[in-house]
Write a protein that binds this ligand. Structure first.
Ligand SMILES: Nc1nc2c(ncn2[C@@H]2O[C@H](COP(=O)(O)OP(=O)(O)OP(=O)(O)O)[C@@H](O)[C@H]2O)c(=O)[nH]1
Ligand SMILES: [Mg+2]
Length: 719
């Protein structure tokens, strides 16, 4: 590498079992802010950063966790492909840092010993030493290091302990090309490998190392073989079978031989290097889990916790929202007089941009509070318990147990949720999970819910019911996802239930720095959206609502009307809106949504929200901002909506927003896939056909749900 002649440049990979602290270490070493969480499968893509270590520059790669080199799911494949990259012409890394959980040493070293097989220099980062010591587990790092032949560094990644030693160790293994002690393979394995290697070479494969040949030999289906450069039409199965017969002939079962031999070897190496406490006490995690994963208490606590979360989001955010609302209206009042001589520009900036964007950012506190809770649940380790409970209730619908982690993450945002499905081995279960994840109520739906609940539910039914409604809105997507998953599984993909395998992490104290960082990230993202997409859509909506402005309209109203000047002005504004371009479009489409009780303004809001659902607040803010007189529009969209009446048609004079209409709007937003970014991610993770399917079925469900809600709601309330 050329750019810095005096600085040595190397590539280093972080590898290890899931949830051992790889990303925590990565963030420490590179200053990055990749997501950390206390459950397996947080990282699903490889991430790269720059690590300066004692005069060297390392390109550090954080990889998804994997239990072994036998990749069974797409995220595990990432690690395997990276380490065997040279098959595709990429150099393997100069060194691997294998991050192991000190409390679970032997099982974690299994992966390290597989990496050793590939001949890559290796350092063992003995992470979570704090937790191991607390549990009374003692590891003699120096002895272990002598046995394994590579440095073993005691670390606590969360505190940054051991980093200096780690840097030295990496220097050493790169210089000395130190690899971990290999398993003394029995002669039968050697014979089978030679047989396989010769056979593959004859068939035209490129030259493979013994380590790679062992991967092909031991793994049921190996990606190493796929990339070995065999002619496309070549069937390697007979050769593989013959090679495995060589193993069987010596009494080794081909698919279990590797685990058996490696564990036996590791058992010897670690025997006197690790001491466990004499009497093993029940850990806190186990004690807590007897309650939290109990089939009755566990579920009750889960439901209670969720109820508490949504009630808190609703009540805690209120004072902050008030502050933002006041700020927005102060700004409007400050700008309005400055532009008094340019009424069009005044309307664009005050009603359009400030009003529209202001209406959206009012909901920032709620989104941040939701993120606070989600991060808290993830960091303590409760997320995995939630998934476990979900699996107990909904396992029958054919969703893989691992599906519930992505589904629960989708409550924050469907995009990371869909990416998290990469931890699911079965491609069909993965597809099903991708298709139902957008039904989970993401944080961008919160503004719609709280606007409707705050304006129409709370004033009528009180705060307790308001919180309950918010909870119910978050439940409805899940309730629909279950039967949808069942149907997709049964009739479209073919069901094959798979047992639930998710490692329960120990409970850990959450780290508030990480939590606040994630809240801030999400807030920034939301504000960037408000400043870009939402401003753009707001300006378009404003223009469509402001124009055309035929001058004769104003004269006509003044002549016909009467009353004081303010009333006249208000009537003029209303009349302008009713004949605006937007009203014409809205009225043309409104019949589709008429059975759900939507007027043309809501219809326009719904249409404008297809690129990004939180947008709906902005058009409503703009439309109603122009339509009402100045002080009434001051930030408080709720009151403006509550005063809106049908100007004509069969419901003339009645309030537009009734409780059933508000519920129908919420149900529509709960079920509809109004998010361009999610559609694109589905397409990327599968194909455009499935993306179109997800969009289509969700839009249809949303419409049906809204119509049913409105129709049943009006009948119930009338009768
Ligand atoms: N007690 C203790 N906890 C740690 C330590 N290092 C990491 N953790 C915690 O372990 C959990 C997992 O950390 P991550 O960095 O996300 O683990 P990962 O290996 O990247 O996990 P995957 O991406 O899922 O494979 C988090 O809750 C961390 O705060 C440590 O040294 N001691
Ligand atoms: Mg990670």
């Amino acid at each position: 590498m050329t750019s810095h002649p005096h600085v040595r440049q190397i590539r280093v990979a972080l590898v290890g079992n899931p949830n051992t602290g790889k990303t925590t270490l990565f963030n420490r070493l590179t200053g990055a802010r990749q997501k950390i969480g206390n459950y397996p499968g947080v990282t699903v893509e490889k991430k790269t950063g720059l690590w300066m270590l004692g005069g060297w520059r390392a390109q550090l790669v954080d990889l998804p966790g994997t239990y072994s080199m036998t990749a069974t799911s797409p995220d595990e494949g990432v690690a395997l492909n990276f380490l065997t990259g040279h098959i595709r012409g990429e150099a393997p890394p100069d060194a691997v840092i294998c991050v192991v959980d000190a409390s679970n040493l032997v099982r974690n070293l299994f992966l390290a010993s597989q990496i050793a097989d590939l001949g890559i220099p290796l350092v063992i980062a003995l992470n979570m030493s704090d937790a191991a010591e607390k549990a009374g587990i003692r590891v003699d790092a120096a002895l272990l290091s002598r046995r394994l032949g590579v440095p073993v560094v005691r670390m606590v990644a969360t505190k940054g302990d051991g980093i200096v030693a780690l840097e030295k160790a990496v220097h050493r293994v790169v210089d000395e090309k130190a690899c971990m002690a290999q398993v003394p393979w029995p002669e039968a394995v050697g014979r089978a490998v030679r047989f396989l290697g010769e056979g593959l070479e004859k068939d035209g494969a490129q030259e493979l190392t013994d380590g790679e040949l062992r991967r092909i030999l031991f793994d049921r289906k190996s990606t190493v073989l796929e990339r070995a450069g065999l002619p496309a039409a070549h069937d390697a199965a007979p050769l593989l079978e013959a090679a495995r017969d060589v193993l069987s002939a010596s009494g080794l079962h081909p698919l279990s031989a590797e685990a058996l031999l490696r564990y036996e070897h590791l058992g010897h190496l670690t025997a006197d290097a690790v001491t466990f406490p004499e009497t093993r006490r029940r850990t806190w995690t186990e004690r807590i889990d007897t309650v939290l994963t109990h089939r009755v208490w566990g579920l009750l606590i889960f439901a209670g916790l969720m109820l508490f979360v949504f009630q808190s989001i609703y009540t805690w955010a209120d004072p902050f929202m008030g502050v933002i609302e006041d700020g927005v209206s102060l700004m409007q009042e400050a700008v309005r007089p400055l532009l008094a001589s340019w009424p069009t520009l005044q309307s664009l900036l005050v009603d359009g941009v400030i009003g529209g964007v202001g209406a959206v950012i009012v909901f920032l506190p709620q989104i941040m509070i939701l993120f606070f809770f989600i991060s808290l649940l993830e960091d303590t380790g409760y997320m995995a318990r939630g998934a476990f409970l979900m699996d107990k209730i909904f396992g029958w619908c054919g969703l893989n147990g691992k599906s519930f982690v992505p589904m629960l993450s989708s409550y924050a945002c469907a995009i990371p949720g869909i990416l998290a499905t990469r931890t699911i081995e079965d491609p069909r279960a993965r597809m099903t999970t991708i298709l139902v994840s957008p039904l989970m109520s993401c944080s961008a739906r919160l503004p719609v819910y709280t606007l409707m609940i705050g304006a129409f539910i709370e004033p009528v039914y009180g705060a307790a019911i308001a919180g309950l409604t918010l909870f119910a809105m978050h439940f409805i997507g899940l309730a629909i996802a279950i039967p949808v998953a069942w149907v997709i599984n049964k009739f479209m993909l073919g069901m094959r239930p798979i047992p639930f395998l998710l490692e329960m992490p120990p409970y850990r104290r959450p780290r508030f720095r990480d939590i606040f960082w994630r809240m801030w990230e999400r807030a920034r993202e939301f504000l960037v959206r408000a400043g870009t997409v939402i401003v753009a859509i707001t300006i378009i909506i404003w223009a469509l609502v402001y124009f055309p402005r035929p001058p004769e309209l104003e004269q006509r109203i003044e002549v016909v009307g009467g009353g004081d000047s303010e009333q006249v002005e208000h009537r003029v504004d209303a009349a302008y809106i009713e004949q605006s371009y937007l009203a014409r479009v809205g009225r043309a489409v409104q019949p589709i949504f008429d059975p759900a009780g939507f007027d043309w303004k809501i219809t326009v809001g719904v249409l404008a929200s297809f690129p990004a659902r939180e947008v709906i607040i902005a058009p409503l803010g703009t439309i109603y901002g122009i339509g009402s007189d100045a002080d009434e529009a001051s930030g408080d969209l709720r009151r403006t909506l509550a005063a809106e009446r049908w100007p004509d048609g069969p419901r003339v004079g009645q309030l537009v927003f009734t409780v059933p209409v508000a519920m129908a709007v919420m149900v529509f937003f709960a079920l509809c896939l109004q998010c361009g970014a999610t559609v694109a991610v589905i397409a990327k993770e599968s194909n455009w056909g499935w993306a179109a399917f997800a969009f289509g079925y969700m839009t249809l469900f949303a419409w049906i749900g809204a119509v049913l809600t409105y129709q049943l709601g009006t009948r119930l309330l009338a009768g």
